[in-house]
Design a protein around this ligand. Sequence first.
Ligand SMILES: C[S@@+](CC[C@H](N)C(=O)[O-])C[C@H]1O[C@@H](n2cnc3c(N)ncnc32)[C@H](O)[C@@H]1O
Length: 287
Amino acid sequence: MRSSFASMVSTPTAIADADFLKFREFFYRKTGIHFDESKRYFVDKRLLERIAGTGAESFRQYFINLRFETDTSELQKLVNAMTVNETYFFREAYQFDCMVNDMLDDIAQRKRAGERIRIWSVPSSTGEEPYSIAIYLLERWAQIDDYEVEILSSDIDTEVLAAAQRGVYSARSVANLPKAYLDKYFRKVNDNEFVISRDLVSAVEFNRVNLTDPLDTKRFRDIDLIFCRNLLIYFDEMSRRVAAEGMFESLNPGGYVCLGHSESMSRISNLFSVRRFPDAMVYQKPI
Ligand SMILES: C[S@@+](CC[C@H](N)C(=O)[O-])C[C@H]1O[C@@H](n2cnc3c(N)ncnc32)[C@H](O)[C@@H]1O
């Protein structure tokens, strides 16, 4: 028979309905992420793991500490545990085609040679999106040397930002990359481990940002192009609106936003105009 100290310490094994609702409201205010009933199993499982991880004896004790501790490290761990970080290289690549075939040329027309062009990947998750942008620029945009291009990369999850800076990727993550780029920009460690070049890592600037917090987004100004893909699906209408307004404020006039293929500005905001290019439909801040 297994008898251990752990079996004497009671940690909760289920989250009551009322506690789920309290937690959902709190988490929504902190992140903009809305969990409906269909996410209940996922939320309960992660929450119970965090409660056990801190040694709290009940949801109540954990929740009191979470709200009133001045140290925000447990809140960040919880955010890291609750986010969905699915991504891969060259995902929805038609928008990268649109970037190098149309949007950047249009942006460059409003700049002088040598001026800065700023591209913001938010949310970046583990880095596949900002690094795909960097590879596209280097390989497929003829004017790259005529401008000072900056790539900024942000996410609310600090673990994915750390992973992005480590730059180690699985075979699944790099599966969409043309072989020539894989050979050129990665070092193969084994069949399931590819390390991205340090030059690419140092070409991207990483920052933790909550896109529904205007205090966070106001640090980002003078942006020309935003990739905000596969995030708004986790938000409710109000968070989407706050995120859209934050992006609008961050962009230069004429700047662009690319959303994920199942996302749209149409019910969120009328601040942006729709631009239809041959490769993609994108949103533009009026000039
Ligand atoms: C599914 S990934 C999308 C990554 C990439 N843009 C793509 O399309 O492949 C969603 C990311 O959004 C991040 N996220 C969730 N809420 C956020 C918020 N309020 N502000 C910034 N990032 C957030 C998550 O941490 C997660 O890494």
